[in-house]
Design a protein around this ligand. Structure first.
Ligand code: CA
Length: 229
């Protein structure tokens, strides 16, 4: 599993340690020294997960977590809070802000990597390598193969990622902007009609096994994946 992780942490030593270990585990790491810088980076490109220090100069980690949760665009982005304090009260407050997990410093790098994997598995299933199968449509992230009723289907890399995201988030409508964030990782520099182009290609690729109807257009809203008509 390789995720784009944003680390918001003001202590250079911990920043280095976390970055080193996450990169060794195959992740891409972006770092911010404070909440304001972190917000600016999130505005540019949505990370797959945010590691957020509790005590930051200026805006605190908790305030930042609340902002992230309150914004429609980032509401579903997984957050793991980091803190030096281990008080039960703080833990509850941390989870109250909408954090998915909570780690007390000092933590072992091995534990951190395992916790990140667990949170991503729960919150961002398109990041995992589990095979997804819905109504005879099967996607294997490891071999990068898609089949419909056991017939091999030919998908380009973007259509593959798009289908993986949609299949792991079925019955939910996504706007073009949300799909750009989730699948392209960029909603600022890519045009929204790019999404339409790849949706069209994806439907074409699914036509041979007649699974194309599961990619549904929701008028005035965006797109939805559904095994129901
Ligand atoms: Ca700190």
């Amino acid at each position: 599993m390789s995720a784009k992780i944003l680390l918001v942490e003001d202590e250079p030593g911990i920043q280095e340690l976390v970055k080193f270990n996450l990169q060794a585990a195959g992740h891409t790491v972006l770092t911010a020294m404070n909440a304001e810088q972190g917000l600016a980076m999130i505005r540019d490109a949505l990370p797959d997960l945010i590691l957020l220090d509790w005590m930051l100069p200026g805006m605190s980690g908790i305030e930042l977590a609340k902002k992230i949760r309150a914004d429609h665009r980032t509401a579903a982005t997984p957050i793991i809070m980091l803190t030096a304090r281990g008080e039960e009260q703080d833990r509850i407050a941390g989870l109250d802000t909408g954090a998915d997990d909570y780690m007390t410093k000092p933590f072992s790098p091995k534990e951190m990597v395992a916790r990140i994997r667990a949170v991503l598995r729960r919150r961002a299933p398109q990041m995992t390598e589990d095979i997804v199968e819905i109504n005879g449509l099967k996607l294997d992230p490891i071999s990068h193969r898609v089949s419909g009723n056991d017939k091999a289907l030919d998908l380009g890399p973007t259509e593959f990622r798009l289908l993986h995201f949609l299949m792991t988030h079925q019955e939910r409508v996504y706007t073009r902007s949300q799909l750009l964030d989730q699948v392209w990782g960029d909603h600022v520099f890519v045009e929204e009609r790019t999404v339409d182009v790849h949706i069209r290609r994806l439907r074409l690729a699914l036509e041979p096994s007649t699974h194309d109807w599961m990619i549904q257009t929701v008028r005035g809203a965006g797109y939805r994946f559904s095994p129901n008509h």
